[in-house]
Ligand binder design. Structure first.
Ligand SMILES: [Zn+2]
Length: 82
């Protein structure tokens, strides 16, 4: 087996892994405890997709209204987000 074919196999495996992780998307409804905003958010591979209104910190997802408490997250799919 030549070196070139080994490298080819490796990059195919990496590509497959990237494609697989890219499609792990969780949809959740975030409910802000302060202003009662109720909005759908998405997570890709456990990370909050960038939105203008919500940000993710270690302790949870926060709304940009200045709430000190993380939003309640109601997962549409029964899958862990962490
Ligand atoms: Zn809010």
């Amino acid at each position: 087996m030549s070196i070139a074919s080994v490298q080819q196999q490796k990059s195919d495996a990496v590509k497959e892994l990237e494609q697989r992780t890219a499609v792990i998307t969780d949809e959740a409804v975030a409910l802000c405890p302060k202003c009662k905003t109720f909005e759908t958010v998405w997570f890709t591979s456990g990370r909050l997709n960038k939105t203008q209104k919500f940000r993710q910190e270690d302790t949870g997802v926060y709304h940009d209204c200045g709430s000190k408490y993380p939003c309640f997250l109601l997962l549409r799919f029964q899958r862990r987000i962490a």
